[in-house]
Design a protein around this ligand. Structure first.
Ligand code: SF4
Length: 158
């Protein structure tokens, strides 16, 4: 059978941004509901920590991404739209530190609300199912046509 080559996606549009943020919002809101049932203070801590950790990813990982580099002043990609480029863009491969950040921070973000989710097994199931949907859909529809070839999970045909 003749397998069709997937074309690389050179730019994301606003609908991509809306779609992926909706997908991400499911586990995020589920975690927020689980925490809010117990403590408003920890909900605030959770939200602020998520924002700070995402900024760390933005600095160490996104600054190498072609979508970051090709945006003039504000990043426009599937996850960020109009976010200022606070950090200097970097071409070339990711360093060991940057690779470690790219792998570890998402795991930390994923596990942050675990204590509160374990108190509510129904929300825990929704949380992990929605994370699985997010990861598998990303892999299936974005990673194999992504232009960020330095990314550790990129699987676009070379
Ligand atoms: S596409 Fe991904 S790696 Fe590239 S700037 Fe956006 S969030 Fe960062």
């Amino acid at each position: 059978m003749n397998e069709q080559k997937t074309e690389l996606k050179k730019r994301h549009n606003f609908l991509d941004f809306l779609y992926w943020n909706l997908v991400v919002s499911v586990p995020f809101i589920t975690a927020c509901i689980a925490i809010a049932k117990d403590s408003t203070l920890w909900l605030l801590v959770y939200i602020i920590t998520c924002i700070l950790l995402i900024m760390v990813i933005y600095k160490f990982y996104c600054t190498h991404c072609p979508h970051y580099i090709q945006s003039p002043k504000n990043t426009k990609c599937m996850f960020f739209w109009g976010v200022p480029k606070f950090f200097k863009e970097k071409s070339g491969p990711l360093s060991l530190l940057e690779k470690t950040v790219a792998l570890l921070i998402p795991i930390v973000i994923l596990l942050l609300p675990l204590y509160y989710l374990l108190l509510q097994p129904g929300l825990l199931v929704i949380y992990f199912l929605s994370v699985i949907v997010l990861c598998t859909t990303l892999r299936r529809y974005e990673c194999k046509r992504c232009i960020y070839t330095q990314c550790l999970v990129n699987c676009a045909e070379k």
